[in-house]
Design a protein around this ligand. Structure first.
Ligand code: NAP
Length: 310
């Protein structure tokens, strides 16, 4: 029987995804029909983005899975009408984008590039940067993205410390977990990267107490979620010099309001949530692979654990 796949991520994204999705479903040999409108009780799969018109999942009685186009699920995971399995996006192109973004900003801080970019005539600031082996970098979150970033930074030889909820073993990295592990990881991080999901357990994780554990003058790179950071505590830490510089890609309110103090602070770099985006061609393949698994009655890839919130 033909599977009905509802694209519920808006008309603009449909333009971008329609051809790649049809090609990927063909390649998988799926008997599936991609639609943008259907009687809810006829739908087998929902392709979803947070801006979707579908917010009540109750009438989708035969839907086997909701397939999120975003890696982060904080805007859907606690929807009380969602009883169907929820899968998040793990897209190889998104992962590559994140690796490039984080490595670029880590190297910027490691090499002290800003000093030279903003040098004025006569500023002959001949301080040699240390080698990567002499630079401690911390990564909070060792999932799909954190581990990919760790692998790339390990290639440069950085002295890596990472932290996750559960114990991990990542080549080239000292891995920490649990509350004590967090404090140990932070105390080692001259450059800190946050790649955690936003959940009740991670909200405001970077606050006055935890920011104070970083080495003085540390750099923060946050492409995770804005809510991981207590904004006022970060501003205070920047003013005191505890934090030397912050690169922030994600914010509690997006777009970041023009009067937010992050815009005006000389040692904050704001990027407009562009660290890593889902790319239609590779994401379509992930979606088609998951539908193929569902049609064979096999477990889905990248299932969200509703209890943990990610
Ligand atoms: P993931 O594979 O689910 O990994 C999440 C990691 O965070 C895991 O290592 C997990 O620990 C850890 N974690 C979660 N809650 C924790 C807690 N309370 N204490 C300690 N560790 C905790 O997620 P991902 O694909 O790497 O993505 C991470 C986040 O990046 C997304 O949720 C999203 O917010 C963000 N993101 C941003 C962009 C952008 O453009 N800025 C793009 C994509 C994603 P365990 O391994 O022990 O479970």
């Amino acid at each position: 029987m033909t599977a009905i796949v509802l694209f519920a991520a808006g008309p603009q994204m449909y333009e971008e995804y329609r051809t790649p999705l049809m090609q990927a479903m063909d390649k998988q040999g799926l008997d599936a029909r991609l639609v943008t409108d259907a009687a809810p009780e006829s739908v087998d799969y929902i392709i979803y983005a947070p801006s979707s018109d579908v917010q009540d999942f109750t009438p989708y009685t035969r839907c086997k899975a909701v397939l999120n186009l975003w890696a982060g699920v904080e805007r859907i995971v606690s929807n009380p009408t969602l009883t169907q399995p929820l899968c998040r996006m793990v897209d190889p192109s998104l992962t590559q984008g994140m690796v490039e973004y984080v490595c670029g900003h880590v190297l910027r801080y490691h090499l002290g590039m800003d000093t030279h970019i903003h040098a004025r005539p006569g500023d002959w600031n001949a301080v040699e940067p240390p080698l990567a082996q002499e630079r401690k970098v911390g990564i909070l979150g060792l999932g799909a993205l954190g581990q990919a970033v760790a692998q790339a930074l390990a290639g440069f030889g950085f002295d890596l410390h990472g932290w996750a909820r559960s114990a991990k073993s990542v080549p080239g990295m000292h891995c920490h977990h649990g509350q004590d592990g967090l404090d140990a990881c932070l105390s080692h991080a001259e450059i800190l990267v946050t790649l955690l999901p936003l959940t009740a357990g991670t909200e405001n994780l970077l606050n006055a107490r935890t920011l104070a554990l970083l080495p003085k003058g540390a750099a923060l790179i946050n492409p995770g979620r804005g809510g991981l950071v207590d904004d006022a505590a970060l501003i205070a830490a920047l003013v005191s010099g505890q934090i030397g510089h912050a690169t922030l890609d994600v914010f509690r309110t997006e777009p970041l309001p023009a009067d937010h103090p992050f815009w005006a602070h000389p040692r904050v770099t704001v990027t407009p949530h562009i660290a890593a985006t889902t790319r239609a061609r590779t994401a379509a393949q992930v979606i088609a692979d998951n539908i193929a698994l569902g049609e064979q009655g096999l477990p889905f890839l990248h299932m969200v654990d509703r209890g943990r919130g990610y």
